[in-house]
Design a protein around this ligand. Structure first.
Ligand code: SF4
Length: 207
C-alpha cells in the first residue's frame, strides 16, 4: 500500500477549522460564540499555512474553513489556495452575506469546491431575528446567487427550531430562488448547537 492510500484509509476524513472568531452577524445560537469582535491573538498566516501542511501530512481530509465568518480573514484565499495545492479538498462554511461577485471569483480561483450557507428559516423575519442583524437573510440569498453565477456548488444548512413553525409553515425549508438541483438541503448548521432555547424561549435543536 503506498503512502497516499494509507493516508486515505487511516487519516482524518473531515477537518472543520474555525479560522477566526470574528463575525459580522451575532446569532443567538452561535456555538462558536462568535461576534463582531475584532478579536486579537488569532493565528497568523504562516502558522495557518504550517497547519495545512500538517493536515496534509496526516491524511487527505475535506477541510472546512469556518469560523466565525471565514471571509473576514484577509488571507482566507491564500489559505484555500495553499490547501488546494497540497491536494486537500477545500470547502467553506460562510453566512453568505459577504459573498460578492469578486469574492465568489476568488473562491473559485483558490480552489474552494463547495460552500455551505446557513439559513434559519424560510423568510427574513425568522432568519434575521436569529441572526440579530436586519438584512441578513437578503444578504445570504444574494451571496447564494453569486455562487450560482460563478458555478460554485453550494448547500444550505439549517437548524430546526420551533420558531420556524408558523401558520402554514410545516416545512421550514427556504423556498426562494436559492433552491436548485445543486443545492441539497441539509438539516444541520455549520455550528451544531445540540439543543437549547433562544432569547424568546423558543426551543432550538440540532438534528
Ligand atoms: S453562527 Fe455563524 S454566522 Fe452566526 S454569529 Fe456564529 S459564526 Fe457568525
Amino acid at each position: 500500500m503506498n503512502k497516499a492510500h494509507a493516508h486515505a484509509n487511516t487519516g482524518p476524513r473531515l477537518v472543520a477549522w474555525e479560522v477566526t472568531r470574528n463575525c459580522n452577524l451575532n446569532c443567538v445560537h452561535c456555538r462558536a460564540a462568535a461576534s463582531r469582535g475584532p478579536y486579537t491573538g488569532e493565528l497568523g498566516t504562516e502558522k495557518c499555512l504550517e497547519i495545512l501542511k500538517q493536515i496534509a501530512a496526516a491524511g487527505q481530509p475535506i477541510v472546512i474553513l469556518t469560523g466565525g465568518e471565514p471571509l473576514l480573514r484577509q488571507d482566507i484565499f491564500e489559505l484555500a489556495k495553499h490547501g488546494t495545492g497540497l491536494g486537500l479538498r477545500m470547502v467553506m462554511a460562510a453566512n453568505g452575506t459577504l459573498i460578492t461577485s469578486e469574492m465568489a471569483g476568488s473562491m473559485k480561483s483558490s480552489g474552494i469546491q463547495r460552500v455551505s450557507i446557513s439559513l434559519d428559516g424560510p423568510d427574513a423575519s425568522t432568519h434575521d431575528r436569529f441572526r440579530q442583524v436586519q438584512g441578513a437573510f437578503e444578504g445570504s440569498i444574494r451571496g447564494i446567487e453569486e455562487l450560482k453565477k460563478t458555478g460554485i456548488e453550494f448547500q444550505i444548512n439549517t437548524d430546526h427550531h420551533t420558531a420556524q413553525r408558523g401558520p402554514g409553515s410545516g416545512d421550514a425549508r427556504p423556498r426562494r430562488k436559492a433552491r436548485s438541483s445543486r443545492a441539497p438541503y441539509l438539516p444541520a448548521g455549520p455550528h451544531r448547537t445540540g439543543q437549547g432555547y433562544d432569547q424568546s424561549g423558543n426551543q432550538c435543536r440540532a438534528v
